[in-house]
Design a protein around this ligand. Structure first.
Ligand SMILES: [Zn+2]
Ligand SMILES: [Zn+2]
Length: 338
């Protein structure tokens, strides 16, 4: 049996809409019929060949924000039935043997395999998922609104958890694209006071609408203005893919505050060890989230949907969406609807 898929035939070239063999549910796997798949900025890096798997899947299909229904259940799988609502996230599987995996921090496993990178992803009508890492979803969730939660949402949630925020504390969110807007909503629901920072006034408006109590435009005077504020932040999370926010993060953080890197920024930033000794600030990082964090963010989303501006597209529009994301012209998250 065949399925439609957007296949990455050559890095940086438009994806090819092809009819390819439909995967089967191997032992331990679920075959998922997708109803939606979000497009993430990581997909752009993979598409361009900036992030390459050591061994590419034989049919290279991007996508790690899948939402669908279980079509078939492989041998040995318990707890899943055909027709269940299911999410297909970034983590396809991890080694289940290293300390990170055994400690429940499997998102830091150095032997993980990801959908849309190491194994085929969700830019296709069907995908095979490891039943241990597939995400149980409540029946009736909106697939389009839920797809970006599978990566952007859990990454925002994982970053907030990593920041160790308590109700009543103050958070600065740097970068109010999809991830930042999820972080604003999640933090606000936890009783955390959110200061939103972005260079785009329209994104700050969204952040205010979603629950930020303060907004600052990321212009040349930002670090000075933040240094002058009396409400220094207990935590600062960087979702902006740039080193330009670093000075402002240092300026806004309180002594003993936590700085969390969530965006992939490969260039180094200046750091004074003397400043670290004087402030006791913790600097750490995060990437997607654990299965436990996923179930927590899904529960939050099920109680009251986490929102984001979403543009629904067809599978054939995926290449164009990647280009829009790359050029920074996207006004929200793109989600493929099947
Ligand atoms: Zn992603
Ligand atoms: Zn591991």
């Amino acid at each position: 049996m065949m399925m439609r898929a957007a296949v990455l035939a050559a890095f940086g070239r438009p994806l090819e809409i092809r009819s390819v063999p439909r995967p089967a549910a191997a032992p331990g796997q679920l075959l998922v019929r997708l109803r939606a798949c979000g497009i993430c900025h990581s997909d752009v890096h993979i598409w361009r060949g900036e992030v390459r798997p050591p061994e590419a899947p034989s049919t290279f299909i991007l996508g790690h924000e899948g939402v669908g229904v279980v079509e078939a259940v492989g041998a040995g799988v318990e707890g899943w039935s055909a027709g269940d609502a299911v999410g297909v996230p970034w983590l396809h599987d991890t080694c289940m043997q290293c300390e990170e995996c055994l400690d429940g921090h499997e998102s830091f496993c150095q032997h993980q395999r990801a959908h849309g990178l190491n194994v085929p992803g969700g830019f296709a009508e069907y995908v095979a998922a490891d039943a241990r890492f597939a995400v149980p979803l409540p029946p009736g969730v909106d697939p389009v609104a839920t797809a970006p939660v599978m990566c952007a949402g859990v990454t925002a949630y994982g970053a907030i958890r990593r920041a160790g925020l308590q109700p009543g504390e103050g958070l600065a969110v740097f970068g109010c694209g999809g991830l930042g807007l999820y972080a604003v909503q999640i933090a606000e629901r936890m009783g955390v006071d959110v200061l939103a920072i972005d260079r785009d006034p329209a994104k700050l408006d969204h952040a205010g609408f979603y629950g930020a109590s303060g907004m600052e435009l990321a212009d040349a005077g930002l670090a000075d203005r933040l240094a002058g504020r009396r409400d220094r932040r207990h935590a600062a999370i960087n979702f902006a893919p740039t080193t330009a926010t670093w000075d402002a993060m240092i300026a806004c953080i309180r002594p003993r505050g936590r700085i969390v890197a969530a965006a992939l920024v490969s260039e180094p930033v200046p750091l004074s060890q003397e400043w670290l000794t004087g402030t006791g600030v913790t600097i750490t990082g995060t990437s997607v989230g654990t299965r436990r964090e996923m179930s927590e963010v899904v529960a939050l989303h099920a109680r009251q949907p986490l929102r984001n501006p979403i543009e629904e597209i067809g599978l054939e529009d995926a290449s164009q969406a990647l280009e829009m994301l790359e050029s920074g012209r996207a006004n929200g998250r793109y989600v493929i609807r099947f």
